[in-house]
Design a protein around this ligand. Structure first.
Ligand code: G3P
Length: 220
């Protein structure tokens, strides 16, 4: 299972990418807007940092399908490790088909159902990104959808990878792991929380106290 960071923040990407734990980055217009920098420069910097670690998903921001197609090509030219995020909206199906035929890797974003996932798999999207937290927001079990998409992709032997997005808690990460996601894209705060357990800290303290009782100066 791969872990992506769901952020456009350079500081955090620089901090965590070299650890060997991060296999990619997903950005979106909200993340880029939050950073406040020129988005072209920001994306290029992220791609440079991630060059030896994995790919970077960058979303189209145009609306009209032909303009989206052209923008996707322009974004893809910025770096060799870019994956283009296109919203899973029916007006962009033909654009997705053409981009896939052009050899551009597509991350189908804003996916909320098994049916949409099937259509995106058939169009050849490299990644299918269901939004778990946003389904929970409307009272639908997002984790259940991960299990359904997993079964569908395996049953019909599609090549698309399942990328669980909109993960808001450590429990979400726990759930998507058990439901067999290929990739979880995780906000930095959740990623950092995953490393912690109170019993780990408590255990270290106890071992230290017990070790001091032995009074040895050198070991080994
Ligand atoms: O990757 C998409 C994800 O960032 C959306 O998360 O919390 O805005 O639903 P959220």
């Amino acid at each position: 299972m791969k872990l992506f960071l769901d952020t456009a923040n350079l500081q955090f990407i620089k901090k965590w990418a070299p650890t060997g734990l991060i296999d990619g980055v997903t950005t979106n217009p909200t993340h880029l807007s939050k950073e406040g920098a020129d988005p072209t420069k920001q994306v290029m910097e992220i791609c440079t940092i991630m060059k030896s670690y994995g790919d970077v998903s960058v979303e189209v921001t145009e609306q009209e399908p032909e303009t989206v197609y052209k923008q996707a090509h322009a974004i893809a030219k910025l770096a060799s490790n870019i994956v283009i995020k296109v919203p899973c909206s029916k007006e962009y199906y033909e654009v997705i088909k053409r981009l896939v035929a052009d050899g551009i890797k597509i991350n189908s974003t804003l996916v909320f159902s098994l049916e949409q996932s099937l259509l995106m798999a058939k169009l050849g999207a490299a990644y299918i990104s269901p939004f778990i937290g946003r389904l929970d927001d409307i009272g639908v079990d997002g984790l259940h959808l991960i299990g359904e998409i997993r079964s569908m992709l395996d049953l019909y032997e599609f090549e698309s990878k399942l990328l669980a997005a909109s993960l808001r808690t450590v429990s979400h990460v726990h759930g998507v792991m058990l439901f067999g996601t290929d990739i979880a894209t995780i906000p930095v705060a959740i990623f950092e929380k995953m490393m912690e357990h109170p019993l780990t800290e408590k255990g270290i303290e106890k071992f230290n106290v017990d070790w001091q009782k032995l009074g040895v100066k050198k070991f080994p």
